[in-house]
Ligand binder design. Structure first.
Ligand SMILES: C[S@@+](CC[C@H](N)C(=O)[O-])C[C@H]1O[C@@H](n2cnc3c(N)ncnc32)[C@H](O)[C@@H]1O
Length: 440
């Protein structure tokens, strides 16, 4: 049975126990009373207060109060909507946080999407893009990845010296104070207790044990590295990369580079297209061992079957270490695909900014697995725009092809395809497939 829809009533979201100074702000936001709200927002931090038990922020309140009108069949413009937009806009100007989650595990953008408030949703996405671009500028390599609320809480727990291991009390609500500001002391009981394992990072991943089993590749913390349900995405990616447009060489003459072998799904598809050159970069020792073992057909024999010396080749190592050599050797490709694991967005950005220009033929095509922010629609939409802007900075145009994802078996954490996998890293029924080419 699907869970009942969240209770959006004012008295539920701003209960009588709410501290007066927070309740005042939330009520003004709920009523879209900009005149009353503005003076309060002049004090730093007030735009991001949270009701201590429901996590309601002024953004949530301003959006949620549109709930009753959002389903109205009346086609006339809703006068309240302009007021709501003005309040949301003002809140963002005053420092409201675009991805705070409430007790329903909804960001303001998630809420706007659920209520069908497209204009308010668009404001949340724009604010998210601004925030993420700023993080990119400020952080350089430390680009802040969008996080699920579980991850945020784990980190906050770390900083406060709290025990991250919640597994022993998995049925009990977890009270975690998110910030030292008492007006953001939202005690959130997440629907899924936070996992005890640390976040995946590249060095740890590359040292971990891997298991290939039917339909998936997992590391020793049960992180899904690659899963068979992604096959249709790999198929569409190959089709987008290899379909000879007017610029690409005809099938059979294409030079391909794939970064990240995983289960070899995409490499099997590239191979079927008989490329003239097919290079694979893979870093994990267990994947490399698998490639040379009896269950895989990408070992030495495959390399030896190349039409010319070195044309089919597995480059063992991290792409960061391998690619400088390929550049030095003057290798060029018509199609490049990038799908690694355990790396953050800064690595992908670095790859297409620093290396794609030197590796890709001027008429070539670059693609990547677009799982950025895929555990929430609003995050996915934010990252689509962020990556588009960064690709543009790198001199590339991107075309997005939206395709359906068959969600059968993917709906529930820990069930169906996710059985034996720690985190349901994909929640969306649409995949946005990127095809990138040089501008001009
Ligand atoms: C998601 S899987 C790729 C799946 C692949 N697209 C397929 O169709 O099966 C990611 C792969 O990237 C590899 N990888 C992770 N970091 C890497 C790095 N820095 N350089 C090269 N390969 C890396 C992982 O070991 C893993 O085999």
């Amino acid at each position: 049975m699907p869970p009942p829809p969240p209770d959006d009533a004012l008295t539920t979201r701003i209960p009588p126990t709410c501290p007066a100074s927070i309740a005042e702000l939330l009520h003004h936001a709920w009523r879209h009373d900009l005149a009353a709200l503005k003076p309060l927002l002049a004090v730093p931090g007030r735009a991001s207060v949270q009701e201590p038990t429901t996590g309601e922020t002024p953004l949530h309140a301003a959006i949620r109060s549109c709930a009753s009108t959002s389903t109205s069949a009346n086609a006339d413009p809703d006068p309240d909507l302009d007021a709501a937009k003005a309040v949301v806009h003002e809140l963002f100007l005053s420092g409201a946080i675009w991805n705070d989650v409430d007790s329903n595990n909804e960001t303001p953008g998630c809420l706007a999407a659920r209520l069908g408030q497209e204009a308010l949703y668009a404001l949340c996405v724009e604010a998210g893009v601004r925030a993420e671009l700023l993080f990119g500028l400020l952080g350089g390599d430390g680009y802040e990845e969008l996080e699920s609320e579980d991850e945020e809480e784990e980190e906050e727990g770390d900083e406060d010296g709290e025990n991250k291991d919640n597994t022993e009390n998995a049925d009990e609500p977890i009270d975690i104070v998110l910030e030292s500001d008492p007006d953001r002391a939202f005690a959130f009981a997440p629907p899924q207790p936070a996992a005890a394992d640390p976040d995946v990072n590249s060095d740890e991943y590359l040292r971990s044990q891997l298991t290939y089993d039917a339909g998936k590749l997992v590391d020793d913390s049960q992180n899904g590295v690659m899963m068979a349900w992604e096959t249709s995405i790999m198929r569409a990616s190959v089709d987008a990369l290899l379909t000879p447009g007017e610029k690409l060489p005809a099938a059979g003459r294409t030079r391909v580079l794939n970064i990240g072998f995983g289960m070899g799904i995409i490499d099997g598809m590239f191979r079927e297209a008989h490329p003239s050159k097919h290079h694979i970069i893979e870093a994990h020792p267990a994947v490399l061992e698998h490639m040379n073992g009896p269950d895989c057909t990408f070992g030495k024999e495959w390399e030896a079957s190349a039409p010319s010396e070195g044309a089919y080749k597995v480059h063992a190592g991290r792409w960061q270490d391998v690619i400088p050599n390929l550049l030095e050797q003057g290798e060029l490709y018509d199609a490049i695909y990038f799908d690694t694991f355990g790396e953050d967005y800064a690595q992908l950005r670095n790859f297409f900014t620093e290396y794609v220009p030197g590796l890709l033929d001027e008429n070539g095509v670059f693609g990547f697995f677009n799982g950025l922010g895929a555990d929430r629609k609003v995050c996915y939409d934010v990252y689509t725009k962020v990556v588009e802007m960064h690709l543009s900075d790198a001199g590339m145009d991107v075309e997005w092809q939206e395709m359906d994802v068959d969600m059968g078996g993917l709906e529930e954490e820990g069930k169906g395809e996710w059985q034996g996998v720690k985190r349901r890293y994909w929640t969306l029924d649409k995949y946005r497939l990127p095809t990138c080419t040089f501008m001009g």
